[in-house]
Design a protein around this ligand. Structure first.
Ligand SMILES: [Mg+2]
Length: 178
């Protein structure tokens, strides 16, 4: 049976928004409390996946292997809090490649749902950009905006009902509803 899940954006949501792109683990700075919150979600039985646009691959700025190493670091940090990601779903394409997976299109979320058997209509998408929210909504999920990363700009452009200071508050809100 399909399960509800939490699908997390990466940059600006779980870790500080990079100036350009994160091409090595050294550039990866977790937002305080973010991975502990992921651990709480997992321990409460929620499947968690990461869904991230990494056009740095398509632009030739980073290799897939470099991006995978950053995700291995995410897995390591999450494990310290008893958390794990069921998958790391990456759109590697540059914006002009015309793919179906780059957020705000819902392809990446649909791919995650199909691979892990998620019921998107009962799932949550958390992100700091309007494109995360639009992708989540198009996929049928409930979108939560966080004010880290690009979140304040996103809120100024398009006020959202479900807005939280950081991913910590967003996750605790999901946990409080159960
Ligand atoms: Mg982001």
């Amino acid at each position: 049976m399909s399960r509800p899940a939490v699908l997390l954006d990466r940059d600006g949501t779980l870790n500080e928004s990079p100036k350009e792109y994160i091409t090595s683990v050294d550039d990866f700075v977790p937002i305080p409390g973010a991975f502990e919150a992921v651990g709480r979600l997992c321990r409460a039985g929620w499947p968690v996946v990461l869904a991230t646009n990494q056009s740095c691959i398509g632009r030739g700025i980073a290799t897939r292997e470099e991006v995978d190493r950053v995700h291995a670091e995410c897995a390591r940090i999450a494990a310290e809090s008893g958390g794990s990601f069921e998958g790391f779903h990456v759109c590697p394409h540059a914006p002009d490649e015309g793919c179906a997976c780059r957020k705000p299109l819902p392809g990446l979320l649909l791919e995650a749902a199909s691979e892990h058997d998620y019921d998107l209509f009962r799932s949550f998408v958390i992100g700091d950009s309007l494109r995360d929210l639009v992708a989540g909504r198009s996929a049928g999920a409930t979108s939560l905006l966080v004010l880290t990363g690009h979140g304040r700009e996103a809120r100024a452009e398009h006020p959202e009902r479900l807005t939280f200071e950081t991913v910590v508050e967003a996750i605790d809100w999901i946990l409080s509803r159960a």
